[in-house]
Design a protein around this ligand. Structure first.
Ligand SMILES: Cc1cc2nc3c(=O)[nH]c(=O)nc-3n(C[C@H](O)[C@H](O)[C@H](O)COP(=O)(O)OP(=O)(O)OC[C@H]3O[C@@H](n4cnc5c(N)ncnc54)[C@H](O)[C@@H]3O)c2cc1C
Length: 460
């Protein structure tokens, strides 16, 4: 089996058939570059002498998504549309529930190809579509280095246990997909039969992402990020800047919130606008394999990120307190009767009105830009445990705030990061009030390690 075969999963048992086109339902990998699902669809189309049509199903009801997320998504999608047009690949934006719109768009497809997700709702879409279409539905995993099921058949205990399994597989899965020559000279495809109402949204998208957003009924209370613009070009610009200026010192400086010595690529990864394998290959080309900066970056980008995918794929409770290990549940519950010096309402937390200037600064950074510094996310999550009576409520608040305001929210990394604050993927520590045996973090620690006053001042 080649590494590319291992990325492929058949989602139903139907044979492919003589159809009018090959359909790629783009859901996770929203890009035209380094996308194995797209390249497979194009290769298959060329082999069969059929046109390839890419569809994206835009739903107003993606759980937790608001105007901030949609704006970033649409900025990226506009660029994807342009790049696909340059490659002469048909692109259709469907509007409505994917299980309805994709099924309808697949009615005359020879085969349907899609990418992979590790979260509940998009996985439910895939199973429903697999049951409804009358041809083969194939999934190709292009947003992880090592396919999740190949890396491990079960939920892993910690980064150490997954690392041992991933390390020997990484080289085998380091081949970027080749760009397929694609010639759609054959009979031009009438995309109105793929999607009635087409090409309304594509025209609006070509005018501006905001025009499409205006058509959607989504929660608009959270403004777009002034700091991050979506799309592959912007992701690649940030990647190059990171590699040139910060990668070499990443190991020693990445944790410092005042320096912000990180890649800032998480939202681009979340929306599939850049491939993690491409990022890894670019970083590997810049430094020798045993360079501490490179090793530390690949640990986050591959081991930590793919541990999060392993977690949400195998643990159905990933977004609630139920997901944490028994020892952590027990110790936090035992200590839920410990005295709390402060308890805040959701509104006070949301508006960064606590007595902790560092926490408020982190919350404001997230409110304003859509991205809190990674080290502060840990501190931020830990403090929420102290400010709620019950750990279940603290977990719920963390998920709500993270998913609402972070551009990279609603991601396996977010659920794994929050769960980590409650003991997941970690070990027990000496017992303390409120936290019990779960690791705590203090303002004193921030002061000792960093110029945290400079960070607080920056986000005052
Ligand atoms: C409470 C909490 C909430 C979090 N919420 C999210 C979230 O909603 N979305 C999200 O993508 N990440 C989340 N993280 C993980 C991590 O903080 C972010 O991925 C990171 O800060 C993103 O910034 P960057 O792209 O500049 O990271 P860099 O340091 O440049 O790292 C490069 C990439 O590696 C991956 N990575 C880095 N750190 C981690 C980590 N600890 N776990 C898993 N992957 C990692 C990310 O994909 C990141 O883009 C959360 C962590 C915690 C503790």
């Amino acid at each position: 089996m080649t590494s590319n075969d291992a990325r492929v999963t058949r989602l139903n048992q139907l044979p492919d058939r003589a159809g009018r086109y090959v359909l790629y339902w783009m859901q996770t990998s929203m890009r035209a570059q380094h996308n194995p699902a797209l390249e497979s669809a194009l290769a298959y189309a060329s082999e069969r002498g059929l046109p390839c049509v890419v569809v994206f199903a835009l739903t107003d009801r993606f759980p937790g998504a608001n105007g901030r997320h949609y704006r970033f998504l649409l900025e990226g999608l506009a660029e994807t549309q342009t790049t696909l047009a340059q490659r002469k690949v048909g692109f259709v934006v469907l509007h409505g529930a994917p299980e309805e719109t994709v099924t309808a768009a697949a009615s005359e497809a020879a085969v349907v190809i899609t990418d992979a997700s590790y979260l509940r709702e998009p996985r439910r879409w895939r199973s429903e579509i697999a049951a409804r279409v009358n041809t083969t539905l194939v999934q190709i995993e292009g947003d992880v280095v090592v396919p999740v099921g190949v890396a491990s058949p079960k939920e892993e205990y910690s980064a150490a246990t997954l690392r041992r399994k991933l390390q020997p597989l990484i080289a085998e899965f380091s081949e970027l997909p080749l760009e397929q020559p694609y010639d759609s000279d054959g009979s031009p495809i009438d995309t109105t039969s793929v999607a009635p109402g087409h090409p309304h949204l594509e025209q609006l998208l070509a005018e501006s992402p905001q025009r499409v957003l205006d058509e959607l009924s989504v929660d608009r209370r959270i403004p777009a990020s002034g700091e991050y613009r979506g799309g592959f070009s912007e992701a690649e610009r940030r990647l190059s800047e990171f590699i040139d200026r910060r990668l070499a010192e990443y190991a020693t400086r990445r944790n410092d919130p005042a320096l912000s010595w990180v890649s800032n690529l998480s939202a681009y990864l979340h929306f599939g606008q850049i491939s993690p394998l491409y990022i890894a290959r670019r970083a590997q080309a810049a430094l020798p394999p045993d360079h501490p900066g490179l090793e530390s970056f690949l640990e986050e980008l591959i081991v930590r990120r793919e541990l999060a995918m392993n977690f949400t794929f195998y643990n159905p409770h990933y977004d609630s307190f139920e997901c944490v290990p028994d020892w952590a549940k027990e110790t936090l519950r035992v200590h839920s009767t410990d005295t709390r010096s402060e308890l805040y309402t959701l509104r006070q937390l949301e508006q960064a009105e606590t007595s902790d200037a560092y926490w408020n600064a982190a919350q404001r950074q997230m409110l304003r830009t859509g991205k809190m510094h990674g080290y502060m996310r840990m501190y931020w999550g830990k403090r929420l445990i102290e400010w709620h009576r019950r750990p279940e409520e603290a977990f719920e608040t963390a998920v709500y705030l993270n998913d609402t305001y972070e551009l990279d929210g609603r991601d396996p990394n977010g659920y794994a990061g929050i769960a980590w604050c409650f003991g997941k993927h970690d070990r027990g520590w000496p017992e303390r009030p409120i936290f019990g045996k779960v690791r705590s973090m203090t303002a004193g620690g921030l002061k000792r390690k960093f110029d945290i006053e400079a960070y607080a001042e920056r986000w005052r």
